[in-house]
Design a protein around this ligand. Structure first.
Ligand SMILES: Cc1cc2nc3c(=O)[nH]c(=O)nc-3n(C[C@H](O)[C@H](O)[C@H](O)COP(=O)(O)O)c2cc1C
Length: 177
């Protein structure tokens, strides 16, 4: 199974990127082939900007999503919703790339945990005919959420991350029958 990881941030030190990579590590430990699309190395242009439609990163990104079985994605919450970077990333996908594929949703927040960003990503994915699983994970007060080894401090959150990844893999297997 091929699983692609996406984070709605550019920085190498992004907490959203750390969370996606933790999720990908869990998927890899269960036998999946995983790849993280790192926007700091391969940025996607803004949809609509000059030259965007022929941008080589866009073609590579769309081909990667087309060849994936499932996607794990995390956005930081900005002003009560997903980041502009995550929205722009979703805007580069169409039904023909991600339609029918299973998605696992995560969000990170500087403040108190809520599900707004997760719900908003879920709505966008509905328009793309993708299948976000019911399990999801929002991590509030994210600055304190990781230890020095990049692991989640709260064991319950780690268990929920494992359940989310497990659900993505099992649901994807069921849909591909
Ligand atoms: C423009 C902006 C808006 C933000 N809005 C919120 C918000 O509405 N709620 C919240 O809990 N945190 C908010 N934050 C904090 C981010 O959610 C937090 O820094 C982020 O989840 C960290 O993940 P990252 O390292 O991947 O960016 C905001 C941060 C920025 C830069």
């Amino acid at each position: 199974m091929n699983i692609v990881g996406l984070a709605g941030e550019y920085r190498k030190t992004s907490k959203s990127g750390m969370l996606v990579n933790l999720a990908l590590d869990i998927a890899a430990s269960q036998g999946s082939d995983v790849i993280f699309w790192d926007l700091s190395e391969k940025p996607l242009p803004l949809v609509g900007e000059e030259g965007c439609w022929e941008h080589p990163n866009v073609k590579e990104f769309q081909s990667l999503i087309s060849n994936a079985d499932a996607v794990l994605m995390c956005s930081p919450e900005y002003h009560g919703t997903m980041s502009g970077v995550m929205k722009n990333t979703l805007d580069w996908m169409y039904d023909k790339h991600i339609g029918g594929k299973v998605v696992g949703l995560m969000s990170t927040l500087g403040g108190v945990t809520n599900a707004n960003t997760l719900n908003h990503m879920r709505i966008a994915l509905r328009w793309l005919h993708a299948w976000p699983v019911p399990e999801q994970l929002a991590i509030g007060h994210v600055k304190e959420a990781f230890d020095d080894q990049g692991q989640l401090v709260d064991g319950d959150l780690h268990d929920r991350l494992e359940s989310l990844v497990h659900s993505v893999i099992e649901t994807s297997k069921k849909l591909s029958v």
